[in-house]
Design a protein around this ligand. Structure first.
Ligand SMILES: Cc1cc2nc3c(=O)[nH]c(=O)nc-3n(C[C@H](O)[C@H](O)[C@H](O)COP(=O)(O)OP(=O)(O)OC[C@H]3O[C@@H](n4cnc5c(N)ncnc54)[C@H](O)[C@@H]3O)c2cc1C
Length: 411
């Protein structure tokens, strides 16, 4: 630390003020932990729901159907009431061993030394640059997050006749946002032969009179200055030029894990988030993680409950009541399981997260099995689709002694 840098101390510091971060902060305060500092890089706290003007949010947390912004305001108010300190326009720029955080703040560099840190930085959609899309680089190619920010925060329309790529749940919410703002999408494209969102939601674009093309691939975006058209290969192989004034790239979520990638913490290659055990604890036990950083993606309600659970586990860790992380077994997930969280399990009876959370890379039906050294420990018939939640209740797994690995597959 140089002489101009300020140092603050906290019993717990939380990076990110989305549902997961605020729920953890409230729980930590409820358990008597303090000071609890939430660090948020934006001007306002609340995370992604601040931009989601549609319901339903908060049904389990507040027994009410709220819009995203109203839900975010409730979470922030509850955190402040609980005595949580929220630092806005403060960005964490590096995670150092033992809970030392380096921040950029409006007042200059700041260092926070926390006994424990929760990383709850959420997830984002894959931007154009990472989708390897060819063609020109015109204005008007954005993600749903940017669309919601344009419409609901800045009150601006980024386009009138966009082409929407993707059929995840968020894609359908993008269709709804467009329609509410008087924007008329020209079509929705899905590269796979079936929509990702569950039926009957997948019928939604067609019900609104918007053509839905399955098995259709975006080949290039064309336009000088603004988007003028998109080149698309249809399911039958025909290559078509579709006039449009924007392209909305939806879904394909990825954890916001840049901080973890640059740090000493182990990254999980499957999920793209930090490697955790069933207590949400990272490879440096001063760090925990919760929310959509762990696995893209879950709902706000799920992230809130997960944050609250991990907040309670952090309180146990502060009292020295979590078992040592060294006595852990690794979990090995076989394709088409593309990710599994947590990546390791510490032996013992203590309550941690309730489930192993899995995602598959393609539609699959079969038997989900957990085995060790060739012996089956648990199984269940499953029919799974990409981006859908697939869970194994941890309390149903009886872990034999003297094994170092669990194998999880669908056959
Ligand atoms: C475009 C989009 C639309 C969505 N729509 C819905 C929906 O309609 N309904 C629903 O249930 N879910 C929706 N989701 C899922 C959403 O991720 C969850 O609802 C929920 O917000 C996840 O909570 P979280 O706390 O994990 O993360 P987030 O809500 O994403 O919060 C993370 C916070 O961390 C902050 N942060 C990140 N890095 C730093 C840093 N280095 N320093 C300081 N602060 C940092 C961010 O600014 C952000 O405020 C959507 C997600 C996206 C991306």
């Amino acid at each position: 630390m140089n002489s101009t840098e300020t140092l603050r101390q906290a019993e717990a510091a939380i990076i990110g003020s989305g549902p997961a971060g605020l729920a953890a902060a409230i729980e930590l305060r409820r358990q008597g932990v303090g000071p609890v500092i939430v660090i948020e890089r934006e001007n306002e706290a609340g995370g992604i729901p601040r931009h989601c003007a549609h319901p339903p949010f908060g049904m389990r947390e507040y027994q009410r159907i709220l819009s995203g912004p109203a839900y975010a305001r409730r979470n922030v108010a509850a955190a402040l009431k609980a005595g949580v300190v929220i630092l806005l326009r403060h960005s964490v720029v590096s995670l150092e061993p033992g809970g030392l955080l380096r921040l950029a703040s409006p007042e200059g560099p700041l260092t926070i030394q926390a006994q424990q840190v929760l990383i709850a930085t959420g997830a984002r959609e894959t931007p154009r640059s990472a989708r390897l899309l060819s063609g020109d680089r015109p204005v008007g190619v954005i993600n749903t997050g940017a669309l919601q920010n344009f419409l609901y925060v800045q009150r601006l329309k980024p386009f009138e006749r966009p082409l929407i790529i993707g059929t995840e749940l968020v894609s359908l919410s993008a269709v709804l946002s467009c329609r509410r703002a008087g924007i008329r999408p020209v079509a929705v494209l899905e590269a796979n032969s079936r929509a990702t969102a569950r039926w009957p939601l997948s019928l939604f674009p067609r019900l609104l009179g918007i053509p839905l093309h399955l098995g259709a691939q975006l080949l290039a975006i064309n336009g000088t200055g603004r988007v003028e058209s998109a080149t698309v290969r249809m399911a039958d192989g025909e290559v078509r030029e579709m006039p449009c004034d924007g392209v909305l790239l939806t879904g394909q979520f990825t954890p916001e894990s840049s901080l973890v990638r640059l740090s000493h913490l182990q990254l999980d290659s499957g999920s793209g988030g930090p490697r955790i055990d069933q207590f949400g604890r990272c490879s440096d036990p001063a760090y925990f993680a919760a929310g959509n950083l762990l696995r893209p993606i879950e709902t706000a309600g799920w992230s809130y409950r997960e944050g609250r659970r991990i907040g309670a586990l952090m309180a146990l860790a502060l009292r020295g009541q979590l078992p040592d992380a060294h006595d852990a077994l690794s979990l090995k997930y076989a394709a088409p399981i593309k990710l599994g969280v947590p990546a390791q399990l510490v032996r013992g009876e203590l309550p941690g997260l309730a489930h192993l959370q899995l995602r598959v890379s393609r539609a699959v039906s079969g038997t989900l099995r957990v085995s060790a050294q060739g012996k089956e420990l648990w199984s269940r018939p499953v029919s799974a689709l990409p981006e859908r939640r697939l869970l194994i209740p941890l309390k149903e797994l009886q872990l034999p002694a003297h094994i170092d690995q669990l194998d999880i597959c669908i056959d």
